[in-house]
Design a binder for this molecule. Structure first.
Ligand code: ZN
Length: 261
């Protein structure tokens, strides 16, 4: 066994920054005069830095990993016979330390890789949120324009015709969302109110979908009145009801009725 081999184990520890005290001093002294060991140290350090640098990639180069793993596997070295190496006989603790350090290095690499994949997940979530946010903003803007009392709502009809009362119901069964827009409604008689009704497709009794009063120009909106779940609509209608509204079924005269299919 050459003198260099005696230092091989120390070199690995030294590369990991785990060699201390007299052994560290001895190795540093030897490194000053031994090009072979300096080169070995460079290789070991290179392996470590390659491993650290490539954690974001799919996997570190097999060669670097293998060299490190075999450095671990080769421990403990058989101490050379003779008085010169007697002092180098050591307990298992430094070996365990080296194995632990290497294991920690591998754990760190695993964590760094996990971290980088988490960061990718976060970036994609952030992008999704931004996308959802801008969609929500758009939707809010549309709703604000529709519902703003200051928005001018002008109904266009065939030229020469007198504007008739009209309504449009936009209903989404899945989320129980209902937007109802009406225009050209006649002013309400005393103690009366308009009421919107949903006629279920299954032929069940009409469902009250909100009472409303039109503005001075005869426009009105009903947005998301409380509705039962999962009701498919066949039609909508507006009736004129007593001011308290009707809850069970329409009592008053129909004012506008959906043209439905
Ligand atoms: Zn040497």
């Amino acid at each position: 066994m050459s003198v260099h081999e005696q230092f091989a184990e120390d070199l690995a520890l030294y590369a990991l920054g785990s060699l201390e005290g007299a052994e560290r001093d001895a190795l540093e002294a030897h490194l000053k005069e031994c090009a072979l060991c300096r080169r070995e140290l460079e290789v070991l350090r290179g392996d470590l830095s390659v491993l650290a640098l490539t954690t974001a990639g799919p996997k570190p180069p097999a060669r670097s990993r293998q060299r490190l793993m075999s450095a671990i596997a080769n421990e403990p070295r058989v101490p050379a016979a003779g008085p010169a190496t007697a002092s180098r006989r050591r307990s298992w603790w430094p070996v365990l330390g080296w194995v632990t350090a290497a294991a920690l290095a591998l754990v760190c690499i695993g964590l760094m890789r996990q971290n980088s994949s988490l960061q990718q997940d976060m970036a994609s979530l952030r992008a999704q949120f931004t996308d959802q946010g801008s969609k929500l903003e758009q939707a809010n803007e549309v709703m604000a324009t529709l519902l703003d009392p200051d928005s001018q709502k002008i109904e266009l009809v065939a030229a020469g015709n007198k504007p008739e009362p009209r309504g449009k119901a936009i209903y989404q069964r899945r989320n129980r969302n209902l937007i109802f827009l009406a225009s050209n409604l006649a002013p309400l008689p005393a103690e009366k109110i308009y009421e919107l009704w949903l006629f279920p497709a299954n032929g069940g009794a009409p469902i009250a979908a909100g009472v409303f009063k039109p503005d001075a120009r005869g426009s009105a909106t009903v947005v998301n009145p409380p509705l039962p779940e999962g009701i498919e609509a066949k039609n909508f209608a507006v009736t004129l009801e007593p001011e308290s509204g009707s809850h069970e079924h329409p009592r008053g005269t129909p004012v506008i009725v959906g043209v439905g299919e």
